[in-house]
Each structure stands twice: as C-alpha cells, then as structure tokens.
Design a protein around this ligand. Structure first.
Ligand SMILES: [Zn+2]
Length: 151
C-alpha cells in the first residue's frame, strides 16, 4: 500500500501521507472530487522514512513495507534502486516530532493557499461533516425511537 502526499491541481491542496491501494488508484480530492496526483515536491522520490531498521519504511510505488531488520531494509532499498535506475535513493531519518512538524507545515500551507484562493473553509468543513454523517448513517442501522417520557 503506497503512502504519498497527494496534490490536487484543481484546488491547489496537498494532503500529506495518504495511504491507498494500488488497485484502487489514487483517491480523488475530498474537497473538490477532482483527480489528484502524487506530489514529489519534497524531492523524496523514492525515499525511506524511519528512525532505525525496526521502523524504516522504504517508500515507492511498488515496494512498501516495514523493514524489521537491516537485511530486510537493504533488500527493499535494492529493489527500489533497481526500479528507479539512476535515481538517488534518499533515506530520510525522521523523528516523530520532525514528522509531525512536516505534516503541520503541509497542513498550514494547504490552509493558507485555500484561504488566499477564497475557499470558504467553513463550507468545506460543513460539507465534510455532512458526507461523514451520511456515511455513518448508511453504515449503521437506524436505532428505534425510544419514548423517554414528557418533560
Ligand atoms: Zn481539490
């Protein structure tokens, strides 16, 4: 399952670290329903994140998984290098704090861009809530009305 930052060219937003199935394709933009593409603007293609062998995740369109050992990690990196000949495989060592900072920066940038474009954030939030509520309603059978008594 690849995990990528996804960019929507229609509303200029970037959603960081989206996990999706290759067979399903890249999920469409939750805000404007347009097709999105992988955002490589961090220059991390292909890359690996992690703090140690136990937590390394080599990231690439076909090779993804937790590398629990050095051998496992080396093997995955080798596959990435074979699939992207000539590319430098960048290994980013990122702590939890650094990761959160990066994600926050992307979120903030996204918010700033939207605001500058005059996207009504309240309307977007309301629409998202509505969609969520609809989904929940569809998933859960409606509870029976219970008479609680008069006030
Ligand atoms: Zn969009």
């Amino acid at each position: 399952m690849p995990i990528n930052d996804l960019r929507c060219d229609a509303c200029m937003t970037i959603e960081p670290d989206v996990a999706y199935r290759l067979s399903d394709g890249i999920p469409e933009c939750p805000d404007c329903s347009q097709a999105r593409r992988v955002d490589w603007s961090h220059g991390k293609a292909p890359a690996a994140y992690g703090e140690g062998y136990g937590s390394f995740t080599p990231i690439d369109m076909g090779v993804l998984g937790r590398a629990e050992t050095k051998e496992d990690y080396d093997a995955k990196m080798k596959i990435i290098q074979q699939r992207f000949p000539g590319h430098r495989v960048e290994t980013l060592s990122e702590t939890e704090t650094q990761r959160n900072t990066r994600v926050d920066e992307v979120r903030h940038r996204r918010y700033t861009i939207r605001k500058a474009r005059g996207v009504d954030m309240k309307a977007v939030a309301e629409r998202n809530e509505e969609a969520k509520a609809k989904k929940a309603e569809a998933a859960v059978p409606k509870p029976q009305k219970i008479q609680v008594g008069s006030r």
